[in-house]
Design a protein around this ligand. Sequence first.
Ligand code: F6R
Ligand code: MG
Ligand code: MG
Length: 368
Amino acid sequence: MAGKKTTISVIKADVGGYVGHSSMHPDLVTKADDMLEVAAEKGLVADFHVTSCGDDLELIMTHTRGPEAPDIHKLAWDIFLAGTEVAKKLGLYGAGQDILKDAFSGNVKGMGPGVAEMEITERKSEPIIVFMADKTSPGAWNLPLYKMFADPFNTPGLVIDPSMHEGFNFLVLDVIESKEIMLSAPDELYDILALIGSPARYMIKAIYRRTDGEIGASASTQKLSLIAGKYVGKDDPVLIVRSQSGLPAVGEMLEPFAFPHIVEGWMRGSHNGPLMPVSFEDATPTRFDGPPRVIAAGFQVTDSRLIGPVDLFDDPGFDMSRNKANEIADYLRRHGPFEPHRLPADQMEYTTLPSLLAKLKDRFKSAK
Ligand code: F6R
Ligand code: MG
Ligand code: MG
């Protein structure tokens, strides 16, 4: 039935890696599947799909309770707690890594897991893509989202499809000040770029079509290091986009990833590296704990059911991008501990610098 309201909730966490931080043990996926099956029988979720990207457990759910529904967030939280128990029994690495709080209080935001949600009125046919990344942070979506929704060199639909021609509104979050601002493309393109070109601080949170306010994209914008006040692992973001019929086409959504742009993350969350688009099977970052990966799961959402997924980067069309990413990875690795491969001190997730400076303090003499 078209015209029905559906919420898509993607909630993810790293509750234990296998081996190290590289991949997912199948028992964690089975546990999540089993618990979601029970939730589906009870009518709590309409449909679900469990997958993984690197060491992150990804719960993709549909329901009719709207974004930030306490029941859905509690369900995800309980799954991550149960997953942590499985991880502890198997001795997986970093069991419970993203479980930062003890008691659930209605919403998993700020508790460790990453969340992207959108409520839609289903169109006659509703193609969506869930992008999931490992070994990077939410700012990684800024460049591809800009290309999808604001760059006519990527998305000819902005020029030639009358329903997209008015452009899109970008909701941008300042993670340092915890403030957000809505900016319009194309009128305020330069203002948008001035902000989102600094992806460690400004992150695109959501995008809406200007003509009718329809949502086109919703991203997870949690920053674990800001939540925890110390390094607890990269926040490995997720992104939901809606496609076709007046929104960017599936191919326009995937095309930005043909350019393996540089993102922060990789080894110890403290390095710049290329974002490599890969098939589900290749979402196992092992070279220097990377390079950072992104997978794309395509679904048709029909009557709140998830028809899919299609493994959208499983296409030789992305082979050159993967080769390019490897070449960039190799080039950057040759810098060893030097910037710009290593992140600047204030963006590194691990650093001995403060204790080192304290130790060397008295040995620094005034420069002559
Ligand atoms: C990055 C990541 C890994 C770890 C690295 C060290 O997001 O998860 O690169 O930072 O493997 O891990 P620990 O400190 O747990 O030994
Ligand atoms: Mg991990
Ligand atoms: Mg991860």
